[in-house]
Each structure stands twice: as structure tokens, then as C-alpha cells.
Design a binder for this molecule. Structure first.
Ligand SMILES: [Zn+2]
Ligand SMILES: [Zn+2]
Ligand SMILES: [Zn+2]
Length: 326
């Protein structure tokens, strides 16, 4: 497999076959008892029965060893699919969903996300570390056992790149973070706010791409998910995330969740590239959740323009009224 860059959109695409997957063991690979089949990158707690385990993906999209092998083929750019691909097993219980963990349990999962991101960012080859979760058959989940995935890539994925460019432009013009501006305006109007907990807000974005799309943000500015500021209590964030997921599961069993954090600015020459100069001020980490609502999923097209049949204001109102604890 190799990575090819589209010269127009500048996005990297992994093309070719995945390597032959090793034969899967009997039963669930993510359940306790399979520890011998997989090496562990992080185990919580380190001794005794674990609650969370991070393991290398058994059929990875990216491989950790090797050179980038950047090459030009005429006008085209290619590189080897170097990177990391990990699986974060969120619970030892096969049938327990993330939304069913205690607030402390969810906080621990967020801690596992953060420590893996921070660890992989120490490798200057990796420009971005993405954490995402696909839940439900419609989302293309790989195992039914509750898990998230992480990829470290030698490039910044396209959607994040768009966000970074837009955030930098906004900051250039207004000297304010666009995400902080969004949170302020949304809290003032309240129309699209789903729920809040201490410093954290969940809202349906103004231009939601799919029905019941929800973003979770912190009111106070911080560009790095993996580096909580002193005094930011992640338990509150975990509490909010749990409630939002339990609300969403009442309208849709499947969803995509993605953590957006700032890219890795560490570079081998040890200096900050010009375009990252204002990054710490202009970018703001957040989580996006895109539910897959079957009955209306046909309504948005693949023609690069989203058509969302449900007004975000109505979606937020509906989600607000649902009892996350019932
Ligand atoms: Zn399992
Ligand atoms: Zn901000
Ligand atoms: Zn985002």
C-alpha cells in the first residue's frame, strides 16, 4: 500500500491492498484472555485485571517502521504508508458500550486517548494523531467489542487541514479563536445547545452535516486535547460525553466520533513552521459526533454537498428533552 497526494485537493489517499491479515484467533480479539495474541501499548491499571488496553491494530493501515520514502512521479507525490494504527479497548466487558461506563470510566478512556496522542507526537515523522470511534454496524465498526481507533500519520488529514486554515484566517482577521466565538454565540442564543457541564458545552453545529450532529467543546481556550490545562477537570467532560452519547443512542444506534486536536508541530529541525505560528491561539480541540440515522441517511448525498433534512435547532431541542439517564 502507498500514499498518493491529490494535486488539486492536496489530500493524501491510501491506495492499494492492505497486507494479508494474520489469521484471527477464535472468539473476540479484544476480550480478556487474548492478551498473549497482542502486545499492549498501554494497560490500565498496569497490573491485575485491566479496564482499558491499547493494542496495535491487527490489520493496520499504516506501519510504524521504515522511511517515509517520499517520491515524485512526474507532477505526482507519493510516500510509503508509514504511521501507527492502534486499537483502544474501552472496557473488558464484551457487551458494555462506552456510554454505559461510569463517568470515571469514560474519563479513563479519554486519558488513554490523550496519553497515546502525546506519546506518538514525540515522533517527529508523525504530523497528526487522529482518534476516532465507529459504533454500530452502519458505522463500519470492526469489532462489536467497544473500542476506538487511533492513527498517527505523516500528513494532516484533509478535514483537519481545512479547520486549521479556516481557524488561522479567522484569527488573522479578528485576533480571536473561531471556536471560542462559536461557543460564546451558541451559549448566548441557546438554540443549538444540547447540554453543558462545568466548563464544557455540547451543541448541534449551525451547519450540521447530518441529523443530530453534536460537537463537544471546552469554554476555555486550549488547542491540545492531549494536554489538559491545570484546573480543567476532565471528569466534567467525561460526564457530558456520557450524557450526550446516551441521548444520541436514543435516536441512532450507530455513530462516528472523532477527536480534533492540533497537529504535531515538532519537526526535525526544531523550529515552528511559519504557518503554525499562531496555532496555539487560533485552534481549539473538540470532539465531533456524527450519528448515522438510518431512516434519513439517504437524504444526504455523496456529491460533496451535505443535505441534512433536520434543522440543527430542532435536533438540539429534541436531544435536550431526552433523559440521558432513563
Ligand atoms: Zn470482546
Ligand atoms: Zn478557542
Ligand atoms: Zn473538527
Amino acid at each position: 500500500m502507498e500514499l498518493r497526494k491529490d494535486p488539486i485537493t492536496q489530500s493524501w489517499v491510501a491506495v492499494g491492498h492492505r497486507d494479508e491479515a494474520p489469521s484471527a484467533p477464535e472468539g473476540c480479539l479484544l476480550c480478556p484472555g487474548q492478551e498473549a495474541a497482542t502486545s499492549s501499548l498501554l494497560t490500565i491499571p498496569p497490573q491485575g485485571s485491566w479496564r482499558i488496553r491499547v493494542i496495535p491494530h491487527s490489520d493496520p493501515l499504516y506501519h510504524i517502521e521504515g522511511n517515509l520514502g517520499r517520491q515524485a512521479d512526474g507532477i505526482y507525490d507519493t510516500m510509503q504508508s508509514i504511521g501507527a494504527h492502534e486499537v483502544i479497548v474501552e472496557t473488558a466487558e464484551h457487551n458494555q458500550r462506552l456510554s454505559q461506563l461510569s463517568d470515571e470510566g469514560i474519563e479513563e478512556v479519554l486519558f488513554a486517548y490523550a496519553s497515546r496522542i502525546a506519546d506518538l507526537k514525540r515522533d517527529s515523522r508523525f504530523k497528526y494523531v487522529a482518534v476516532f470511534k465507529n459504533q454500530g454496524t452502519l458505522s463500519g465498526e470492526e469489532w462489536t467489542h467497544s473500542h476506538s481507533q487511533l492513527t498517527a500519520t505523516t500528513f494532516v488529514p484533509r478535514r483537519v487541514k481545512y479547520e486549521l486554515h479556516a481557524a488561522r484566517e479567522w484569527f488573522e482577521q479578528k485576533e480571536r479563536c473561531v471556536f471560542c466565538d462559536i461557543v460564546r454565540q451558541e451559549e448566548k442564543s441557546g438554540k443549538r445547545v444540547v447540554d453543558t457541564q462545568a466548563d464544557y458545552v455540547a451543541l448541534c453545529p449551525f451547519a450540521s452535516r447530518v441529523p443530530f450532529e453534536v460537537w463537544l467543546l471546552r469554554r476555555k481556550h486550549n488547542h491540545l486535547f492531549e494536554q489538559p490545562q491545570p484546573g480543567s477537570n476532565r471528569l466534567h467532560f467525561a460526564t457530558l460525553l456520557g450524557r450526550v452519547l446516551r441521548r444520541l443512542e436514543k435516536v441512532s444506534a450507530a455513530y462516528h466520533l472523532v477527536v480534533h486536536t492540533a497537529p504535531n508541530t515538532r519537526n526535525p529541525k526544531g523550529r515552528l513552521e511559519h504557518y503554525w505560528q499562531t496555532l496555539a491561539d487560533d485552534y481549539h480541540w473538540h470532539i465531533e459526533i456524527l450519528p448515522i440515522v438510518q431512516s434519513v441517511s439517504k437524504s444526504y448525498s455523496i456529491k460533496e454537498v451535505y443535505f441534512n433534512a433536520l434543522l440543527p435547532e430542532l435536533a438540539a431541542e429534541h436531544l435536550r428533552k431526552l433523559d440521558p439517564n432513563a
